[in-house]
Design a protein around this ligand. Sequence first.
Ligand code: KG4
Length: 341
Amino acid sequence: MLNNITILGIESSCDDTSAAIIRDGYLLSNVTASQQVHEEYGGVVPELASRAHQQNILPTVDAAIKRAGISLSDISAVACTLGPGLMGSLLVGISFAKGLCVSLGRPLISVNHLQGHVLAHFIQEQGAERPVPDFPFLCLLVSGGNSQIVKVNSYKDMEIIGRTIDDAAGETIDKCSKFMGLGYPGGPIIDRLARQGNSKAFTFNKPHIPGFDYSFSGLKTSFLYTLRDKLAEDSDFIEKNKADLAASLERTVVEVLIDKLSKAVKATGIRRVAVAGGVSANTALRNAFIARQRSGTWQTFIPPFGYTTDNAAMIAIAGYFKYQDNDFCDLETPPFSRISI
Ligand code: KG4
C-alpha cells in the first residue's frame, strides 16, 4: 500500500458545502458549512444553494487544510462529487476542484455521492479506529432522495438489489412533518418528537410490493388522510397528538425498511449489514440495527452521526481508494444531476 496519500475531498451536491482531508485512510479534518437560508422556504431552493456554495467554498476548503495541519503542496489529488445532486451546486464544487488541480498540477478524482455514503464506513480516525465491513456486505442507503438496498462487492463494485419505486424514506418523513406544520428538514424534528410519543398509537398503511423494492407513497397518503379525518373531528388534533403521530410514523417507516432488508439478508445469505445516508441518523432505525447485532442475527455497521448527512470525508475516502487504482478523470468531465450508484 502506498504511503502519504493525501486527498482533499469536496462535497457540494445539495445544501452543504464540505471539505475534508484524508491521509492514508485516516481523517485529518472535515469542515461543513450548512445553509440556513432554505429553512423559511420549507425545502432547498437550488438557486440559493449554488450562490451559498460560491460564498462558502473557499473558506471551507481553506479551513479544512488549516485544521488538517497540511499545506496545499501536500495534496496528492482532489476528489469531488460528480453527482447525483443539484446541477448548480455540483458545478460549484467540481469547478473549484478542477481549478485547484490545474494550479497544483494534481489529478482530479470524481466520486459518486451515493458510493461516498456507502464508503463512509471505511473512514478511520486516529485513536478511535472502528471495525470495517468485509466484502460483500449489504448497505441500506436511506436519504432524502434515495431508499436502496445495495450489495457492496468491493470499493467500486456496488449493485442495487432493491430501491424505492416512488418516494424515498427521508422525503416521506419530511413531507409528513410538513403536513403537521412542523419545520424543515422534518427528519430530526420527527426523531425528537417520537422519543416522547407512543409508537403504537396510530396505524398507517404499509406497502405490499414484491422483491426487495420499497414504496412510501401509500404511507404518506395514509398519514395525510388520518390527519384530515381527525382534524374534521378536532381542530387541535395535531397539537394534542404530535408526539404519538411522530412515533407511529417513525415506527412504520423503520418496520418497512427493516422488513425488506431482512428479506434481502435471507435471500443473499449476507449477514454483514450497514446503514448509510441522512436517515441513518434516526434513533429508531439505529436501535433496530443495534437489536439485530445484539441478538446475533446480523453483524451491523452504523456510521458515526457526523458521517450520516452529506460530508466531504466520505468523498475523500472514496477518492483515496480510487487514487490507489489510478482512477482519475479528465478536466472536461461534467457533473451529473442524475446518476446511479
Ligand atoms: O443524506 P442526506 O443528508 O441528504 C440527501 O438526501 O442526499 O439526507 C437528508 C434526509 C432528510 O430527508 C432528513 O429529514 C433525513 O435525512 N434525516 C433524518 C434524520 N436526520 C436527517 N430522518 C430521520 N431521522 C433523523 N434523525
